[in-house]
Design a binder for this molecule. Structure first.
Ligand SMILES: C[S@@+](CC[C@H](N)C(=O)[O-])C[C@H]1O[C@@H](n2cnc3c(N)ncnc32)[C@H](O)[C@@H]1O
Length: 238
């Protein structure tokens, strides 16, 4: 596994991105449960890779890759695929998945903030269900770092819990999300997981994210809000 430049000295005010935030994913068992609960679907990963134009030779970096399905599917179609995550447990699970499929993407034990992309600039950078792990000031830095990895004209894809409802209507939307998304223990993410997300993690509004994307150097090509609590952005590096 390649390590990024994580040994760089940081000022005392720097965000501790290796410290877990929110739902505990700090063990092999928790990671396996996470992979089951989120319903990893290589078919859905392939559909996304098709939409993003990822093909043989595409250089793709997935930030906060988790259990690595997107990276593995990209490697299976011949992309130069890189998975980046702060969790050694996630990366171990991802590496085992890659071995099962007989591919060898590059794994980096590194974070949104400190990953240094080496070699030619990436064609595509993705991140799913993870930017909310950073408070807004640090999200902006993460987006600047993502932009620095990409060639001009390259694609940035973001999927996350992002709020498109009116701030004055937040309570009702959050209540409906938590009431409907939670599953019984052992059958998926629970009500408590979603409560933890809202309370302890850093999901924010679409209009804030869009300002950050713009300031990081991205043009938004398309956006979708499949639910008032979730958003996808397909962006182009200026
Ligand atoms: C909810 S999982 C999402 C994983 C994967 N992207 C997916 O869609 O399944 C969040 C991931 O973000 C990782 N993570 C949290 N903070 C991070 C950071 N600052 N830099 C990189 N990865 C981070 C966690 O280790 C975890 O693997």
């Amino acid at each position: 596994m390649q390590r990024s430049d994580t040994e760089r000295p940081r000022p005392p005010w720097y965000f501790p991105e290796y410290a877990p935030v929110g739902v505990d994913l700090g063990s092999g068992a928790a990671v396996a449960a996470y992979d089951r609960n989120q319903g990893t679907d290589p078919g859905a990963d392939d559909a996304l890779l098709d939409r993003l134009g990822v093909a043989e030779g595409t250089r793709l970096v997935d930030l906060a890759c988790g259990t690595g399905s997107l990276v593995v599917q990209a490697a299976r179609r011949g992309a130069d695929a890189h998975g980046v995550d702060v969790s050694e447990e996630m990366l171990a699970f991802a590496r085992a998945r890659a071995e099962r499929y007989g591919v060898a993407p590059h794994w980096h034990h590194a974070g949104f903030l400190d990953h240094v992309h080496r070699g030619p600039l990436a064609d595509v950078v993705t991140t799913a269900s993870a930017l909310h792990q950073l408070p807004d000031f640090w999200k902006q830095r993460a987006l600047l770092n993502a932009a620095a990895m990409l060639r001009p004209g390259g694609t940035f894809y973001l999927w996350d819990v992002i709020f498109s409802f009116e701030p004055s209507a937040a309570d009702g939307h959050l209540r409906r999300w938590i009431d409907t998304a939670g599953r019984p223990e052992g059958e998926g993410f629970t009500r408590a997981d979603f409560e933890t997300h809202v309370r302890d993690e850093f999901s924010t509004y679409a209009w804030i994210i869009e300002g950050m994307l713009h300031r990081a150097g991205f043009d938004i090509v398309s956006r979708s809000f499949p639910r008032p609590t979730h958003a996808a952005y397909h962006c182009r590096r200026r």
